[in-house]
Design a protein around this ligand. Sequence first.
Ligand code: AMP
Ligand code: ZN
Length: 114
Amino acid sequence: MKDCLFCKISNKEIPSEIVYQDEVVTVFKDINPVAPIHLLIIPNRHIVSVQEMESGDEEILGKLFSAAKNAAEASGISDSGYRLIINNGPDANQEIFHIHMHLLGGGRMKHPMG
Ligand code: AMP
Ligand code: ZN
């Protein structure tokens, strides 16, 4: 989609630190990390949020999880653990309206969330 930052990142129209890409997903480093490891996992297809997903998107969104698993392994945090977050809409402070999964790890997190 035109004028979408994350579409531009997956199309390599603007620079980012991509750590993995295939025909369905792109994984890149968050520009403002809040954990020692902070990656963003996006579908290459422009899906706005979980609320906007359509029938047929399940397979694409499932691939976000397998990409997260592989990225955690590649980052050396599959045993120490990590948190996956998808912000949806205003109350969750979603800033970029192209669905993305945050992968946070590399240090012990505070609990509870929210
Ligand atoms: P959210 O609040 O879930 O929409 O998160 C958007 C995330 O995108 C934030 O963590 C930002 O730091 C990150 N972000 C914004 N612009 C860029 C960019 N050009 N490259 C990488 N990450 C970005
Ligand atoms: Zn997009």
